[in-house]
Ligand binder design. Structure first.
Ligand SMILES: *Cc1c(COP(=O)(O)O)cnc(C)c1O
Length: 469
């Protein structure tokens, strides 16, 4: 028999679609899923089997195919994204959905999702209203700005600002701030997309006010400051302060744009952290526009917040791109409810992100000890550090206590920490820890206290599964 014939033979041992459709497990699915969908899933599976067989792998059994099609159908029709417990110790973890929301924000979002709302109607007069009016008042009150606008996220806020005010003109930025934030947000590329020309001045580590001054010309639309969200230059470095930029801007009548990234309303030094630039400071120093995220240190849903001078914000509101990047009613409601505790001076106790930042060390010690007990002799409690993340406070950490699972032996070439990490991720709800080399670290700081029971359960069941094999 030739190689090709042998291959043909092996292909022939794959069952037909009809044969698979008549299997009991697949028949069960037929009550829940349309016929065509099941046929599609089976065809896709068989196609992959053919490729795999052609590569020299054995032909799967009917049972294997049936079970795998069954699992795929269930997975396809399950809600996603679904909740996970963040025990990584990174409070604003972009891969885990950034800020957990306050009870008030969640309730407000559920309420407006349920039915209709006064999104764009003035209930007094019955005439058309603006979705931006109320949040604008709140943001102006909070930051001291003349005007405000909320859009889809901070990337679109910056894009809108540059497009509306700097297209075909120049924006001057320090070379040390022409940065990549992550997830493809690179200042030079956003600038290109907006049609503004980036004029980089200074050097990677040092930029002075006179570098900006020399670059200002007829075509200058703005001076841009970008918060170096995810890195820190140490050693010999010089940055132009926002005061200096605003003074220059005033002298030459060009606005300063401030991409704050995280956007903080509270003084982080009160929590033992480095100072994170505050939105109110940027406004009081006189920037033209400040841009920041809703779901980083603000602690709300994804959004892009823009505050600043009225004549500039007005141009953004009128630009066609504003319509393309506008925010929906659900997140708008969540954002307003997130901001209200800031107005009332109750944010630290109310916003989960700030509750996590301000949680005392002895609470971390107590919870970590409790968690470690569930792991028995596998774990110990050690001193460690939590990170705020979300493009804020680069390099800065909060002291914490960690549950550490170390290098106790290996199983099938993998160490226990890695296996346990994987088992925890596949619990329901999944628990995501932090792997540091061959040690698994679990940090209570980024876990909501009300999730502790679920963590304990996950730990017990993961350990039990380790002991079983
Ligand atoms: C995070 C960040 C952005 C992007 O904000 P999104 O809300 O994620 O779109 C832009 N600029 C800076 C400086 C950031 O830190």
């Amino acid at each position: 028999m030739s190689v090709v014939d042998r291959m043909e033979n092996r292909f022939r041992s794959l069952p037909s679609v009809d044969r698979l459709m008549s299997e009991d497990m697949i028949k069960q699915l037929r009550d829940e899923y349309p016929h065509d969908l099941l046929v599609d899933l089976i065809r896709q599976h068989l196609e992959q089997d053919r490729v795999s067989i052609a590569l020299g792998n054995p032909c799967p059994s009917i049972n294997e195919i049936v079970e795998s099609v069954y699992a795929r159908a269930q997975a396809l029709a399950s809600p996603n994204p679904r909740p996970v417990i963040n025990a990584s110790g990174v409070i604003l973890h972009t891969n885990l959905g950034r800020a957990p929301l306050s009870q008030e924000a969640i309730a407000a979002m559920a309420l407006v999702s349920k039915g209709y709302c006064n999104l764009e109607i003035d209930l007094d007069s019955g005439t058309r209203g603006s979705r931006n009016i109320h949040i604008e008042q709140v943001l102006c009150q909070l930051t001291g700005a003349e005007a405000a606008l909320v859009v889809n996220n901070n990337a679109s806020a910056v894009l809108l600002g540059l497009t509306a005010l700097a297209k075909r003109r120049e924006v001057i930025v320090s070379r040390g701030q022409a940065v990549e934030i992550g997830g493809g947000f690179r200042i030079p590329e956003v600038m290109k997309q907006s049609g503004a020309k980036l004029v980089e001045v200074g050097t990677t580590n040092s930029t002075y006010a006179q570098d900006f001054e020399q670059a200002i010309g007829q075509r200058t639309a703005a001076l841009l400051r970008v918060h170096s969200s995810n890195f820190k230059i140490v050693g010999f470095a010089h940055v132009v302060t926002l005061e200096e930029l605003v003074a220059l801007g005033n002298r030459y009548e060009v606005p300063v744009f401030d991409d704050l990234g995280s956007g903080c309303f509270l003084d982080t030094t009160e929590f033992g952290l480095d100072p994170e630039p505050m939105v109110q400071q940027s406004i009081s120093l006189g920037v033209g526009l400040a841009f920041f995220s809703g779901d980083k240190l603000v602690g709300g849903p994804q959004a892009g917040l823009i505050v600043g001078k009225k004549h500039l914000v007005d141009k953004l509101k009128k630009h066609p791109l504003a319509r393309a990047v506008r925010i929906d009613k659900v997140r708008l409601a969540g954002l307003v409810s997130t901001l209200i505790p800031y107005l009332k001076g109750e944010a630290v106790n109310n916003i989960p992100v700030w509750r996590m930042i301000s949680a005392p060390l002895d609470e971390m010690e107590r919870r970590a000890t409790h968690w470690a007990q569930a792991l028995g002799d596998l774990a110990q409690v050690i001193e460690g550090e939590s990170m705020v993340g979300g493009g804020s406070l680069p390099g800065d950490t909060l002291p914490t206590r960690l549950v550490a699972v170390g290098k106790q032996g290996k199983k099938r070439g993998q160490n226990v920490a890695q296996i346990l990490a994987q088992r925890l991720r596949t619990q329901e709800p999944p628990v995501v820890g932090r792997l540091s080399g061959s040690i698994l670290l679990l940090d209570p700081r980024s876990v909501l206290p009300e999730e502790d029971q679920a963590v304990l359960q996950a730990l017990r069941s993961a350990v039990a599964s380790l002991r079983r094999d």
